[in-house]
Design a protein around this ligand. Sequence first.
Ligand SMILES: C[S@@+](CC[C@H](N)C(=O)[O-])C[C@H]1O[C@@H](n2cnc3c(N)ncnc32)[C@H](O)[C@@H]1O
Length: 378
Amino acid sequence: MPDLADRAFAATFHHVFTFSLLYEDSEVDNRVLDLDSRARVLAVSGAGCGVAGLLAAHPARIDAVDTNRHHLALAALKVAAARRMTSHAEFYQLLGRGRHDDPAGVLRPLMAALPSWVGRYWSTNHHRFRHNLYAEGLVGTFQRLLRQKVGVDADFLRTVQALPPAERLARFDPIFASLRRWWPMRVLVNTPLFQLGVGVNFAQRRRNLRANRAASMMDVVTAHFERLVRTDLETNWFVWSCLTGEFNHDHPDAVPPYLREQSHKQSLVAPTRVGFHHASLQRMLAGATPGQWSHFSLCDVLDWLPASAQRELLHRIARVGGEGAVVLTRSVEDACVVDRVGLSGLYERVEPASTLASEQERTRLYGRVDVYRVVGAA
Ligand SMILES: C[S@@+](CC[C@H](N)C(=O)[O-])C[C@H]1O[C@@H](n2cnc3c(N)ncnc32)[C@H](O)[C@@H]1O
């Protein structure tokens, strides 16, 4: 059972619109999940880029689950748009550029195949597409403040992306230093408001501090920025949206995969049935029948849980999924969760897929991205 602080965090987080973008590299997911037409996926949605990205692989079924209705409604919208907006240009305008002249008009026909609560949600929230979806939500608001302080633009990013990593770091160093000195930032990063805004609960905060050997969240944030600067900046859509409020529209692969033309083409003809469940993962699993899902995509939900609850959840997944079921999970820690909670007889870590996924994950938020396969009877 999570501690009191995390129960309060969860109760608050459920009601807050935090993310318009999934802070996970969904290009990695499709590569390692290796879905086929028999696959049935239970996936935590977050902002939905990953769930929408799975459509291109044509699994038989996806059940998207999230305790936050804002995120689930956005995931439902991304899925419906990928399947129903036949013009890639218009689809990209809505979710690649995040804005549309007539948001209410463009969203209305997408609602037909979605649960009625999602339709009601977007009939009152379509204004999020009026200016820029990616500047909305708590994380979008923090990033807007950051941009005002940092003041870099797309031209700066285009210039530094061509430099070798050490020179890039040197160009960013004065920016990091000024952020570390900026008192609103120093105060904000150590508050629960910041944790809500970046989706890091108290358990994950402790894991982050330990993994980075950091004294404060400011050290965690700085170390993260430094890791990001070393990535391929041209295609790193997390860096672009944070520092410019936009994706790099000059590069077709600098966006979450579901937005790319080829993936969109495949999504338009996906035979996949998709369900949206405003519930916890634990509740979905408690009501499941054996074999209901073959793949489980957990985002970093395990990081939000104490070890006993991680063990219980992984045990339950193995019972529902059965032998051969696949689990994809991310953690800020650099440790194998299955070994740590004593379930190595039940799961094997899939290699080299896990090591490659951890190296390729361009958010650089996670110490590990792991794929596990159930090998024993739960
Ligand atoms: C764990 S959070 C962390 C942020 C994440 N890395 C991202 O980019 O969205 C991701 C999503 O999981 C949801 N979530 C957290 N615990 C959950 C649970 N037990 N069951 C279902 N959804 C959960 C949150 O509401 C959020 O939308």
